[in-house]
Write a protein that binds this ligand. Structure first.
Ligand code: EPZ
Length: 424
């Protein structure tokens, strides 16, 4: 298995090109099954979850053509299955976002229930409620979600215990495009990835209004056509590099970044004393003095994203003072705390709140990546730690970051990919 070996202490300086968004690309790829025509997506990141989605689409009979590293052409005219087996779904939970479009296209689906997840319970009740609301029958049999029936426009409320759901909104939105009548999705997720998906669907001929607000209105149409569209920049990769630069000091320009998508993050980083220069498609981050502590509460968009909580925590281990970080989206998403503490951090967990006391220095150690964003937090910790850090199980990070070690090395980090040595 691959590992990262990091020698900490280098400042980061230079520029980094931000890749296309993973979490926007995945539902946009799933949307290709809504039409028999070509769907061409540009600026798709080259990473593991995207390769998994291509594998699932091929299994369904979709023709997948990689035009160049970041352009993929999808054609679902020969779609010949309506099911996603456990073997494929267990590799990536986001495969559940095929439920809505496949049902709308074929009239029935059999999709494996996604299993447990290290970031805590991740139910799919809102997905099922939304699909039922559109008139389909839904049952769980032998670990599979079975759905069947014609879809009709309806008034559907998608708010859950932890706010709205991003992929449930994507599922209902895609299904409603081909339903008969008008659908109102209330308490819809407002994430930029939902706006991106809605823009794509409109380009395909769908009638969608209100994406980005609490209520999305979809007037069903009979048929959708193909389209070509660019994927938006990855706001979580952007935030991760901002925090890496904030942690090490130096000056880093993030090219192809959209600051409008991470206002809650830029606002917090400014509060810690970081300097930011923002333009329409770039963000320059400069740390010329020690940063201060910050209190964070993760929330659905436009709040502070849960997907940047671990990275912010790694940054705060070195911040002057006490930071309080509360997780309101995945209250159990704290696997990184014990690893950060092994590196000398001082973090205590009280239910869903972490109390982080800034320490003078972290020290390099062997640590274990537990999930995608936790791994990114450990990389940031490794960059500032004294000595060598070895991060095991970096396949987690490869799921969602395109060549992170190469991008970091280009701006001055001492980070290399290696192989884990098995001790017998
Ligand atoms: C999306 O997951 C992202 N994944 C996640 O990114 C991200 O952490 C999450 O949104 C929150 O921003 C993709 O976009 C592919 P949710 P999703 O449904 O849609 C609860 C990453 O690292 N809930 O918005 O699955 C749920 O338990 C990841 O890239 C229900 O209660 O998340 C959570 O508390 C991991 N019932 C909250 O809602 C449901 O049916 C938000 O989850 C669905 C969700």
């Amino acid at each position: 298995m691959d590992t990262f070996i990091i020698q900490g202490g280098n400042q980061l300086n230079g520029s980094v090109k931000i890749s296309g968004s993973k979490n926007a690309s995945l539902p946009m790829m799933a949307a290709c099954v809504l039409t028999e025509e070509d769907v061409i997506l540009n600026n798709v990141p080259d990473l593991r979850d995207i390769r998994t989605m291509k594998e699932i689409l091929k299994f369904l009979g979709v023709t997948v053509e990689q035009k160049d590293t970041h352009t993929v052409s999808l054609n679902a005219s020969k779609l010949n299955k309506n099911e996603a087996p456990y073997d494929l779904v267990r590799k990536m939970r986001a495969s559940v976002c095929l439920l809505g479009p496949l049902l709308a296209r074929t009239g029935s689906t059999r999709i494996s229930m996604p299993g447990g997840c290290v970031i805590g319970p991740r139910p799919v009740d809102l997905h099922l409620k939304g699909i039922k609301g559109l008139g389909a029958s839904v049952s769980i049999e032998h670990g599979y979600i079975k759905t069947e029936g014609k879809l009709y426009g309806a008034d559907i409320f998608l708010g859950g215990r932890f706010g709205s759901s991003v992929t449930a909104t994507a599922n209902v939105l895609m299904a409603a495009c081909l339903a008969k009548g008008v659908t109102y999705i209330e308490s819809a997720a407002q994430e930029p990835e939902i706006i991106a998906l809605a823009k794509m669907l409109v380009k395909m001929g769908a009638q969608v209004e209100g994406a980005g607000s609490h209520v999305i209105t979809v007037k069903g149409v009979q048929k959708l056509h193909g389209c070509e569209i660019d994927v938006i920049p990855d706001r979580i990769e952007t935030g991760t590099f901002m925090m890496a630069a904030a942690a090490t000091g130096g000056k880093v320009a993030l090219i192809n970044a959209d600051a409008k998508h991470i206002r809650a993050v830029t606002d917090k980083l400014l509060e810690t004393g970081l300097s930011l220069k923002i333009s329409s498609d770039s963000i320059e981050v400069e740390r010329d003095k020690p940063i201060t502590s910050a209190d964070i509460i993760t929330l659905p968009f436009p709040g502070f994203p849960t997907d940047l909580q671990a990275q912010m925590m790694a940054l705060m281990t070195n911040g002057g003072g006490l930071s309080v970080i509360t997780e309101k989206v995945y209250p159990e998403r704290f696997m990184h705390i014990s690893e950060l503490n092994r590196m000398g951090a001082d973090i205590k967990l009280e239910t869903a709140t972490a109390i982080v006391k800034g320490v003078k220095k972290l020290s390099g150690a062997s640590v274990m990546a537990s999930d995608l964003r936790a791994s990114a937090g450990l990389v940031i910790a490794g960059l500032i730690a004294e000595g060598e850090t070895q991060i095991l199980r970096v396949y987690h990070i490869d799921r969602g970051y395109e060549k992170i070690e190469e991008k970091l090395a280009l701006i001055g980090a001492d980070i290399k990919r290696g192989k884990e040595i098995e001790h017998v």
